[in-house]
Ligand binder design. Structure first.
Ligand SMILES: [Zn+2]
Length: 78
């Protein structure tokens, strides 16, 4: 899984994050970290993925919204 903010390789369990995230609100950073780690359990953005996100970070949608609307965010990130 590769996005602007993070990359996750479930095959070897590695996770990479965009250093630009350091400029973001830690709430958003935490969301991206949890998102990528959730991909280690579920590769795609399916129902199970959403369920896991709800479990790990109940307010992840608000954080996603914040990340996408924050200054410097020039593209949508899900
Ligand atoms: Zn993802």
């Amino acid at each position: 899984m590769k996005t602007k903010w993070g990359t996750c390789n479930p095959d070897n369990g590695s996770v990479w994050f965009n250093p630009e995230l350091a400029k973001k609100n830690p709430r958003c950073l935490e969301y991206v970290v949890v998102h990528e780690l959730t991909h280690l359990k579920e590769r795609s953005h399916n129902e199970r993925f959403v369920e896991l996100m709800n479990e790990f970070l109940p307010d992840w949608r608000a954080r996603q919204e914040e990340l996408n609307t924050a200054p410097l965010a020039d593209e949508e990130w899900r």
